[in-house]
Write a protein that binds this ligand. Structure first.
Ligand code: APR
Length: 405
């Protein structure tokens, strides 16, 4: 920060500065505030944007337990629904997996993330929690020194410097926390699954009473209920093609082909509210701590959406970090902070492993074998599906990992 910036900067402070008001930042801020810890959440977006962003919506049993433990689950119990079945559709027919009744898994709660985030934010504000919207963190300074601080830009453009004892980076994969990590201090493990999806939000009631995974020579198609009126669909998509390249009718026709509507009945159509194209990539930052700076949620690791684990990991990491920061600040016990990275990385790598397996299960050949064909990968995919269809042990393993976090 230049001298002139320093001199013009407003000065603020908090024991913990949390960057980002997504699931990770809001759960962390709420737990810290409830524990009497002086914290503030700095969020670059507006309150409306934060509360209306449609993102994930499948909450694992462990996530529900965490939210219940802290009195944050009322909304999802009142307005959410439970889901415990997957339906796979392939050229060999369709089969259903009642994962809610298998293994040690349990069912998902389906509750749109924007509703959960609105509940969390309302609760945090009702408690008197501090949050600054329209406040973008620019950089975290001196994270491994004696005076950590966060430089932000206020809505009027003025720089502000937040002095902090600890900084929690919950600002996603492109946030200031990641940008502030010295390249020599961390390792970033990245994987591109070689697959691209067109994500759709349709104003149409769900067409299945299950999470639908359709595997077709033309590509994958996915169906996930969000509410009784809105359904999320995914189409495996040609990388480099724009989201608006196809008409709504062409999209619905392609979805019908891939879900084999001719055998199982057509999908219930409606207007497409949102479209987004994204590559199925994932990454993990190691370690998750750099001095007084801690990463949680997407800032810590990004998962491909095939198994809907991102928001669930974010909530888990937020609870672990909240407990560790409270012990350190309220009781001077830093053991939790010292083991935070290793403890959460174990959960992250297990989620990455299953998500990678699920991504390969749902998509055709990624590679090419020596004769230029892709038969080997296709045969592997069919074998995995056959095992999942017929082996109870494999189904128990699937159930435990599908909902486990
Ligand atoms: N300064 C302040 N806020 C920022 C900055 C910044 N420089 N950069 C990003 N943010 C904010 C974003 O506006 C967003 O509100 O950080 C928040 C990050 O929230 P999420 O992206 O939801 O990330 P996280 O809380 O880690 O949740 C991760 O939830 O969104 C789902 O499934 C999705 O895996 C994802 C999971």
């Amino acid at each position: 920060m230049t001298e002139s910036q320093n001199s013009r900067a407003l000065w603020e402070s908090a024991d913990v500065v949390v960057l980002g008001a997504g699931p990770a930042g809001l759960v962390l801020g709420t737990l810290l505030h409830t524990a009497g810890i002086d914290c503030v959440i700095l969020e670059r977006a507006s309150r409306t944007q934060v509360q209306t962003r449609a993102r994930a919506g499948f909450l694992a049993p462990n996530t529900v337990r965490i939210l219940e433990r802290h009195g944050l689950a009322d909304g999802l119990h009142r307005h959410g629904s439970r889901h415990g079945t997957c339906e796979f559709r392939t050229e060999d027919g369709r089969f259903r997996l009642d994962y809610g009744g298998l293994g040690q898994g349990g069912q998902h709660h389906v509750y749109p993330q924007q509703n959960l985030v609105t509940d969390l934010l309302t609760h945090y504000l009702d408690l008197g929690g501090r949050i600054r919207f329209h406040t973008e963190a620019q950089a975290v300074h001196d994270a491994d020194g004696a005076e950590p601080s966060v430089m932000t830009r206020e809505p009027d453009g003025r720089p502000t410097r937040w002095a902090a004892r600890y900084v929690a980076g919950c600002d996603g994969r492109h946030g200031a926390a990641r940008r502030s990590l010295p390249p020599s201090a961390v390792r970033r493990h990245r994987r591109d699954h070689g697959v691209t999806w067109l994500g759709l939000l349709a104003e149409a009631p769900p067409s299945l009473d299950a999470v639908g995974y359709a595997i077709h020579d033309r590509g994958f198609a996915g169906h996930m209920a969000r509410t009784p009126e809105v359904t999320r669909y995914y189409l495996q998509w040609q990388r480099g093609t724009a989201a608006d390249a196809w008409s709504e009718e062409r999209i619905w026709d392609e979805l019908d082909v891939r879900v084999r509507a001719c055998d199982h009945g057509p999908l219930r159509r409606g207007g497409i509210l949102e479209r987004a194209v994204f590559d199925l990539t994932c990454d993990v930052i190691e370690p998750l701590r750099h001095g007084s700076l801690f990463l949680a949620g997407d800032a810590a690791s990004l998962l491909a959406p095939a198994a809907a684990k991102g928001a669930n990991l974010a909530v888990l990491e937020a609870e672990v970090l909240a407990e560790a920061l409270t012990d350190a600040i309220a009781r001077g016990d830093t053991a939790g902070l010292d083991r935070y990275s290793e403890q959460c990385l174990a959960h992250i790598w297990r989620a990455q492993e299953f998500t990678g397996w699920m991504t390969r299960l749902l998509h055709g050949p990624a590679g090419r074998d020596e004769d230029g064909g892709s038969h080997f990968d296709t045969a592997l995919q069919r074998s995995r599906l056959a095992s999942l269809r017929t082996s109870r042990v494999h189904q128990d393993w699937f159930a435990e990992n599908y909902v486990g976090v």
